[in-house]
Design a protein around this ligand. Sequence first.
Ligand code: AP5
Ligand code: MG
Ligand code: ZN
Length: 215
Amino acid sequence: MRTILLGPPGAGKGTQAETIVNEFSIPHISTGDIFRSNIKEGTTLGKKAKEYMDQGLLVPDELTIELVKDRLLQDDCKNGFLLDGFPRTIAQADALEDALKSMNQSLDCVINIVVSAELLIERAVGRRVCKDCGQTYHVKFNPSSKEGICDKCGGELLQRKDDTEETVSKRISVYQEQTEPLIEYYTNKGIIINIDGEKPIDEVSRDIVASLRSR
Ligand code: AP5
Ligand code: MG
Ligand code: ZN
């Protein structure tokens, strides 16, 4: 299955990706995670990406598109993939379509997680991520059993640098301007699945898996 998770910052893309990739045995490709691991490792790409990410802006298409194209050529993507946070602009969506065409592939569907703007800030600001294994929690909606400590590996839970109220607001407006047009783009292609992302995490997971299975 070749699919995309679309949705605003804090909609639950990363959270739902975990269930989807387990259920369908496909790799999870999150451009945000790739950039963050480059920042952690101090690579040239990481240094460039950080300038934009810290401000809540999109990393330029020139840096993002090649990265994803290379990733899709890797062996584990042969039988499908789940893209999370890519594409985020019409130019990225066009580039993805061309890249897939050149591999004789096409997208099966696009999962659009719908959450109203009012809920997004609380979700992002309350998010905590394990510094060692990357597991995501939420102080209110999905807390770890011991505050500040990862249930899975005992690692320390940290807040993402771009999860301040100010930067999240900026990310939401960037999403509305540059990414939201993709909803119409994929609706016109007839491959969008709209999912109510305001329900509890496990209900959203159930809805997504059921829609993917029924296609
Ligand atoms: P990225 O890392 O992709 O961030 P984002 O799109 O802003 O989305 P988030 O990761 O913040 O949210 P999410 O939807 O994954 O939510 P989550 O599941 O964690 O991108 C970061 C930056 O990288 C961008 O700003 C940009 O600079 C750059 N970038 C990345 N891709 C790019 C691209 N293609 N082009 C250019 N630049 C790019 O959930 C959030 C919280 O809510 C968690 O705490 C979770 O526990 C909780 N939660 C989840 N679901 C529910 C629920 N149903 N009910 C209650 N709580 C919930
Ligand atoms: Mg995410
Ligand atoms: Zn952990």
